[in-house]
Ligand binder design. Structure first.
Ligand code: AVI
Length: 319
Protein backbone atom coordinates (compact mmCIF):
# COMPACT_ATOMS: atom_id res chain seq x y z
CA UNK A 1 0.00 0.00 0.00
CA UNK A 2 1.44 3.36 -0.98
CA UNK A 3 1.23 6.13 1.57
CA UNK A 4 0.16 9.55 0.27
CA UNK A 5 0.25 12.90 1.99
CA UNK A 6 -2.88 15.08 1.92
CA UNK A 7 -1.12 17.39 -0.58
CA UNK A 8 -0.41 14.52 -2.93
CA UNK A 9 -4.09 13.58 -2.88
CA UNK A 10 -5.16 17.16 -3.63
CA UNK A 11 -2.70 17.52 -6.47
CA UNK A 12 -4.10 14.44 -8.21
CA UNK A 13 -6.46 15.19 -11.10
CA UNK A 14 -9.98 13.69 -10.91
CA UNK A 15 -10.17 10.35 -12.76
CA UNK A 16 -10.30 10.64 -16.55
CA UNK A 17 -13.83 10.25 -17.90
CA UNK A 18 -14.65 8.01 -20.84
CA UNK A 19 -16.20 9.72 -23.90
CA UNK A 20 -19.60 8.37 -22.80
CA UNK A 21 -19.21 9.69 -19.26
CA UNK A 22 -18.03 13.09 -20.53
CA UNK A 23 -21.04 13.28 -22.87
CA UNK A 24 -23.41 12.52 -19.98
CA UNK A 25 -21.71 15.04 -17.67
CA UNK A 26 -21.85 17.81 -20.32
CA UNK A 27 -25.56 17.15 -20.97
CA UNK A 28 -26.40 17.19 -17.26
CA UNK A 29 -24.56 20.48 -16.72
CA UNK A 30 -26.32 22.16 -19.68
CA UNK A 31 -29.36 24.46 -19.29
CA UNK A 32 -31.81 22.87 -19.85
CA UNK A 33 -30.21 19.52 -19.05
CA UNK A 34 -30.38 16.79 -21.69
CA UNK A 35 -29.37 13.13 -22.08
CA UNK A 36 -28.93 11.49 -25.48
CA UNK A 37 -31.74 8.98 -26.23
CA UNK A 38 -29.18 6.25 -26.97
CA UNK A 39 -28.91 5.88 -23.17
CA UNK A 40 -32.51 4.60 -23.17
CA UNK A 41 -31.26 1.29 -24.57
CA UNK A 42 -29.49 -0.78 -21.95
CA UNK A 43 -30.70 -4.41 -21.73
CA UNK A 44 -33.80 -3.49 -19.67
CA UNK A 45 -34.52 -0.43 -21.84
CA UNK A 46 -34.40 -2.58 -25.00
CA UNK A 47 -36.85 -5.06 -23.44
CA UNK A 48 -39.15 -2.23 -22.37
CA UNK A 49 -39.08 -0.79 -25.89
CA UNK A 50 -40.06 -4.20 -27.32
CA UNK A 51 -43.00 -4.24 -24.87
CA UNK A 52 -43.98 -0.68 -25.92
CA UNK A 53 -44.27 -1.81 -29.54
CA UNK A 54 -47.08 -4.17 -28.45
CA UNK A 55 -49.14 -1.47 -26.72
CA UNK A 56 -52.46 -0.47 -28.30
CA UNK A 57 -51.46 3.22 -28.12
CA UNK A 58 -48.08 2.73 -29.88
CA UNK A 59 -49.28 2.52 -33.50
CA UNK A 60 -45.97 2.90 -35.50
CA UNK A 61 -44.86 -0.75 -35.33
CA UNK A 62 -48.26 -2.09 -36.41
CA UNK A 63 -48.65 0.50 -39.18
CA UNK A 64 -45.21 -0.34 -40.57
CA UNK A 65 -45.94 -4.09 -40.41
CA UNK A 66 -49.19 -3.47 -42.31
CA UNK A 67 -47.25 -1.62 -45.04
CA UNK A 68 -44.74 -4.46 -45.42
CA UNK A 69 -47.54 -7.03 -45.48
CA UNK A 70 -49.68 -5.21 -48.04
CA UNK A 71 -46.94 -3.76 -50.25
CA UNK A 72 -43.99 -6.11 -49.67
CA UNK A 73 -43.85 -7.40 -53.24
CA UNK A 74 -44.14 -3.93 -54.73
CA UNK A 75 -41.41 -2.64 -52.39
CA UNK A 76 -39.15 -5.60 -53.33
CA UNK A 77 -39.65 -4.79 -57.03
CA UNK A 78 -38.67 -1.18 -56.46
CA UNK A 79 -35.53 -2.21 -54.56
CA UNK A 80 -34.32 -4.87 -57.03
CA UNK A 81 -31.79 -7.60 -56.14
CA UNK A 82 -30.33 -7.55 -52.61
CA UNK A 83 -27.00 -9.19 -51.71
CA UNK A 84 -26.72 -7.90 -48.17
CA UNK A 85 -29.31 -6.35 -45.91
CA UNK A 86 -27.77 -4.03 -43.33
CA UNK A 87 -30.22 -3.50 -40.47
CA UNK A 88 -29.62 -0.27 -38.54
CA UNK A 89 -30.84 -0.60 -34.92
CA UNK A 90 -31.83 -4.23 -35.49
CA UNK A 91 -32.95 -4.92 -31.88
CA UNK A 92 -34.75 -8.30 -31.94
CA UNK A 93 -34.29 -8.56 -35.78
CA UNK A 94 -38.02 -9.36 -36.18
CA UNK A 95 -38.76 -6.55 -38.67
CA UNK A 96 -36.02 -7.62 -41.06
CA UNK A 97 -37.01 -11.25 -40.71
CA UNK A 98 -40.50 -10.46 -42.04
CA UNK A 99 -38.88 -9.18 -45.25
CA UNK A 100 -36.53 -12.11 -45.85
CA UNK A 101 -39.14 -13.94 -47.96
CA UNK A 102 -39.67 -11.03 -50.39
CA UNK A 103 -36.14 -9.50 -50.44
CA UNK A 104 -34.17 -12.79 -50.26
CA UNK A 105 -30.86 -11.36 -48.92
CA UNK A 106 -27.84 -13.70 -48.90
CA UNK A 107 -26.10 -11.87 -46.09
CA UNK A 108 -27.82 -10.22 -43.11
CA UNK A 109 -25.88 -7.61 -41.12
CA UNK A 110 -27.73 -6.45 -37.98
CA UNK A 111 -26.17 -3.46 -36.20
CA UNK A 112 -27.30 -2.38 -32.74
CA UNK A 113 -25.86 -0.42 -29.83
CA UNK A 114 -27.13 -3.12 -27.44
CA UNK A 115 -24.73 -5.96 -28.34
CA UNK A 116 -26.03 -8.45 -25.72
CA UNK A 117 -29.62 -8.07 -26.89
CA UNK A 118 -28.49 -8.50 -30.49
CA UNK A 119 -26.57 -11.70 -29.72
CA UNK A 120 -29.68 -13.37 -28.29
CA UNK A 121 -31.73 -12.35 -31.34
CA UNK A 122 -29.07 -13.60 -33.77
CA UNK A 123 -28.83 -16.99 -32.06
CA UNK A 124 -32.59 -17.43 -32.54
CA UNK A 125 -32.39 -16.26 -36.16
CA UNK A 126 -29.65 -18.68 -37.11
CA UNK A 127 -31.75 -21.64 -35.98
CA UNK A 128 -34.57 -20.57 -38.33
CA UNK A 129 -32.33 -19.58 -41.30
CA UNK A 130 -29.30 -21.91 -41.28
CA UNK A 131 -28.30 -20.90 -44.85
CA UNK A 132 -28.34 -17.15 -44.23
CA UNK A 133 -24.94 -15.62 -43.58
CA UNK A 134 -25.21 -13.34 -40.52
CA UNK A 135 -22.64 -10.81 -39.33
CA UNK A 136 -23.84 -9.11 -36.12
CA UNK A 137 -22.24 -5.83 -35.12
CA UNK A 138 -22.55 -4.11 -31.71
CA UNK A 139 -21.99 -0.49 -32.73
CA UNK A 140 -23.26 3.01 -31.98
CA UNK A 141 -23.85 3.88 -35.63
CA UNK A 142 -25.10 7.38 -34.71
CA UNK A 143 -21.42 8.46 -34.56
CA UNK A 144 -19.81 6.53 -37.41
CA UNK A 145 -21.04 3.83 -39.73
CA UNK A 146 -18.48 1.13 -40.49
CA UNK A 147 -19.64 -1.86 -42.54
CA UNK A 148 -17.07 -4.68 -42.28
CA UNK A 149 -15.10 -5.50 -45.46
CA UNK A 150 -16.55 -9.02 -45.71
CA UNK A 151 -19.93 -7.50 -46.68
CA UNK A 152 -19.90 -7.26 -50.50
CA UNK A 153 -20.04 -3.67 -51.75
CA UNK A 154 -22.59 -4.50 -54.48
CA UNK A 155 -26.35 -4.57 -53.97
CA UNK A 156 -26.33 -3.43 -50.37
CA UNK A 157 -29.71 -2.54 -48.89
CA UNK A 158 -29.69 -0.39 -45.78
CA UNK A 159 -32.79 -1.07 -43.68
CA UNK A 160 -33.66 1.67 -41.18
CA UNK A 161 -37.18 0.88 -39.95
CA UNK A 162 -39.39 1.98 -37.08
CA UNK A 163 -38.99 5.73 -37.60
CA UNK A 164 -35.69 5.62 -35.70
CA UNK A 165 -34.46 8.34 -38.05
CA UNK A 166 -37.07 10.53 -36.32
CA UNK A 167 -35.00 10.37 -33.12
CA UNK A 168 -32.29 12.46 -34.80
CA UNK A 169 -32.50 16.24 -35.12
CA UNK A 170 -32.87 17.44 -38.75
CA UNK A 171 -29.15 18.14 -39.29
CA UNK A 172 -28.12 14.78 -37.83
CA UNK A 173 -30.80 12.98 -39.89
CA UNK A 174 -29.40 14.61 -43.04
CA UNK A 175 -25.84 13.64 -42.05
CA UNK A 176 -26.94 10.08 -41.26
CA UNK A 177 -28.63 9.73 -44.67
CA UNK A 178 -25.44 10.97 -46.34
CA UNK A 179 -23.32 8.55 -44.27
CA UNK A 180 -25.55 5.64 -45.32
CA UNK A 181 -25.39 6.74 -48.97
CA UNK A 182 -21.58 6.80 -48.82
CA UNK A 183 -21.66 3.08 -47.85
CA UNK A 184 -24.28 2.09 -50.41
CA UNK A 185 -22.32 2.00 -53.71
CA UNK A 186 -25.37 2.18 -55.96
CA UNK A 187 -27.52 0.14 -53.56
CA UNK A 188 -30.60 1.33 -51.74
CA UNK A 189 -32.25 2.45 -48.55
CA UNK A 190 -35.54 1.29 -47.06
CA UNK A 191 -36.59 3.57 -44.22
CA UNK A 192 -39.69 3.83 -42.02
CA UNK A 193 -41.00 7.29 -41.14
CA UNK A 194 -43.74 8.38 -38.73
CA UNK A 195 -46.14 11.02 -40.01
CA UNK A 196 -47.57 14.21 -38.59
CA UNK A 197 -50.99 13.56 -37.08
CA UNK A 198 -53.29 14.95 -34.37
CA UNK A 199 -51.88 15.44 -30.87
CA UNK A 200 -54.71 13.21 -29.54
CA UNK A 201 -53.08 10.24 -31.31
CA UNK A 202 -49.43 11.22 -30.84
CA UNK A 203 -49.32 11.96 -27.11
CA UNK A 204 -50.93 8.72 -25.79
CA UNK A 205 -48.47 6.76 -28.00
CA UNK A 206 -45.69 8.23 -25.82
CA UNK A 207 -47.64 8.27 -22.52
CA UNK A 208 -49.54 5.00 -22.37
CA UNK A 209 -52.07 3.85 -19.77
CA UNK A 210 -49.81 1.01 -18.52
CA UNK A 211 -46.94 3.51 -17.97
CA UNK A 212 -44.50 1.37 -19.94
CA UNK A 213 -43.14 4.44 -21.73
CA UNK A 214 -42.75 6.14 -18.34
CA UNK A 215 -40.71 3.13 -17.15
CA UNK A 216 -38.66 3.21 -20.39
CA UNK A 217 -37.87 6.90 -19.87
CA UNK A 218 -37.15 6.57 -16.12
CA UNK A 219 -34.93 3.52 -16.69
CA UNK A 220 -32.55 5.89 -18.50
CA UNK A 221 -31.66 7.34 -15.07
CA UNK A 222 -30.67 3.88 -13.81
CA UNK A 223 -28.50 3.46 -16.89
CA UNK A 224 -26.88 6.86 -16.24
CA UNK A 225 -26.22 5.80 -12.63
CA UNK A 226 -24.43 2.71 -13.98
CA UNK A 227 -22.35 4.55 -16.59
CA UNK A 228 -21.51 7.75 -14.67
CA UNK A 229 -21.72 6.36 -11.11
CA UNK A 230 -24.37 9.03 -10.46
CA UNK A 231 -27.00 8.92 -7.69
CA UNK A 232 -30.30 9.62 -9.47
CA UNK A 233 -33.30 8.38 -7.47
CA UNK A 234 -35.92 7.31 -10.01
CA UNK A 235 -38.67 8.13 -7.43
CA UNK A 236 -37.80 11.85 -7.65
CA UNK A 237 -38.66 12.09 -11.36
CA UNK A 238 -41.76 12.01 -13.52
CA UNK A 239 -42.15 11.08 -17.19
CA UNK A 240 -43.48 13.88 -19.46
CA UNK A 241 -44.40 13.44 -23.17
CA UNK A 242 -45.75 16.27 -25.33
CA UNK A 243 -46.20 17.11 -29.00
CA UNK A 244 -44.26 20.22 -30.00
CA UNK A 245 -46.18 21.21 -33.15
CA UNK A 246 -43.78 24.04 -34.03
CA UNK A 247 -40.87 21.61 -34.31
CA UNK A 248 -43.08 18.72 -35.52
CA UNK A 249 -41.83 16.34 -32.83
CA UNK A 250 -42.95 14.45 -29.76
CA UNK A 251 -40.61 15.27 -26.87
CA UNK A 252 -39.89 13.15 -23.81
CA UNK A 253 -38.63 14.76 -20.63
CA UNK A 254 -38.02 13.76 -17.02
CA UNK A 255 -39.33 16.31 -14.52
CA UNK A 256 -37.90 16.80 -11.01
CA UNK A 257 -40.63 16.34 -8.38
CA UNK A 258 -38.79 18.35 -5.69
CA UNK A 259 -35.62 20.41 -5.23
CA UNK A 260 -32.76 17.95 -5.45
CA UNK A 261 -29.07 17.52 -6.08
CA UNK A 262 -27.61 14.82 -8.33
CA UNK A 263 -23.95 13.96 -7.82
CA UNK A 264 -21.33 11.87 -9.61
CA UNK A 265 -17.55 11.56 -9.07
CA UNK A 266 -16.14 15.02 -9.74
CA UNK A 267 -19.47 16.81 -10.35
CA UNK A 268 -23.00 17.69 -9.27
CA UNK A 269 -26.14 19.44 -10.53
CA UNK A 270 -29.01 21.01 -8.60
CA UNK A 271 -32.53 20.77 -10.01
CA UNK A 272 -35.49 22.88 -8.88
CA UNK A 273 -39.01 21.41 -8.63
CA UNK A 274 -40.51 21.12 -12.13
CA UNK A 275 -37.13 21.44 -13.88
CA UNK A 276 -36.77 18.99 -16.76
CA UNK A 277 -34.15 16.82 -18.42
CA UNK A 278 -34.85 16.47 -22.16
CA UNK A 279 -34.39 12.79 -23.06
CA UNK A 280 -35.80 12.24 -26.57
CA UNK A 281 -37.24 13.86 -29.69
CA UNK A 282 -39.32 11.85 -32.12
CA UNK A 283 -39.79 13.87 -35.31
CA UNK A 284 -42.96 13.43 -37.39
CA UNK A 285 -42.84 14.10 -41.15
CA UNK A 286 -45.15 14.83 -44.04
CA UNK A 287 -44.33 12.60 -47.05
CA UNK A 288 -43.20 15.72 -48.94
CA UNK A 289 -40.85 16.82 -46.15
CA UNK A 290 -39.19 13.40 -45.95
CA UNK A 291 -38.94 13.04 -49.70
CA UNK A 292 -37.22 16.46 -49.81
CA UNK A 293 -34.82 15.34 -47.06
CA UNK A 294 -33.87 12.20 -49.02
CA UNK A 295 -33.30 14.19 -52.18
CA UNK A 296 -31.24 16.83 -50.40
CA UNK A 297 -29.03 13.98 -49.09
CA UNK A 298 -28.44 12.85 -52.69
CA UNK A 299 -30.91 9.97 -53.08
CA UNK A 300 -32.90 9.37 -56.27
CA UNK A 301 -35.86 7.21 -57.41
CA UNK A 302 -37.73 7.98 -54.20
CA UNK A 303 -40.97 6.04 -53.69
CA UNK A 304 -43.17 5.61 -50.63
CA UNK A 305 -46.02 3.43 -49.36
CA UNK A 306 -48.44 4.15 -46.49
CA UNK A 307 -50.77 2.25 -44.16
CA UNK A 308 -54.54 2.50 -44.65
CA UNK A 309 -54.88 5.43 -42.19
CA UNK A 310 -51.92 7.37 -43.61
CA UNK A 311 -50.21 7.38 -40.20
CA UNK A 312 -46.83 5.93 -41.24
CA UNK A 313 -44.79 5.70 -44.46
CA UNK A 314 -42.04 3.46 -45.78
CA UNK A 315 -39.65 5.08 -48.25
CA UNK A 316 -37.43 3.30 -50.75
CA UNK A 317 -34.67 5.25 -52.51
CA UNK A 318 -31.52 4.58 -54.52
CA UNK A 319 -28.15 5.87 -53.39
C1 AVI B 1 -37.11 3.94 -31.48
N1 AVI B 1 -37.95 5.11 -31.69
C2 AVI B 1 -38.36 5.21 -33.09
C3 AVI B 1 -39.09 5.22 -30.76
C4 AVI B 1 -39.95 6.45 -31.12
O1 AVI B 1 -41.14 6.26 -31.32
O2 AVI B 1 -39.42 7.54 -31.24
C5 AVI B 1 -38.61 5.31 -29.33
C6 AVI B 1 -39.72 5.53 -28.35
N2 AVI B 1 -39.74 6.46 -27.44
C7 AVI B 1 -40.84 6.36 -26.74
N3 AVI B 1 -41.56 5.38 -27.20
C8 AVI B 1 -40.87 4.82 -28.21
Amino acid sequence: VLAHTAQEYQARPSPALSAEQAELRDGLLDHPAHIDPKFLYDALGSSLFTAITQLPEYYPTRCEAEIFERHGQDIARHIGPVQSMIDLGAGDCVKAERLFASLRPRHYVPIDISADYLQTAVRRLQLSYPDLRVTAIGQDFSQALAVPPEVPAEERLFFYPGSSIGNLNPDDAHAMLQRIRAQCHGGGLLVGVDRVKPRQVLEPAYDDALHLTAAFNLNLLRHVNDVLDADFDVNDWQHVALFNATCSRVEMHLEAQRALRVTWPGGERDFSPGERIHTENSYKFTPQAFSDLLQSAGYRDVAHWSDSRGWFSVFSARA
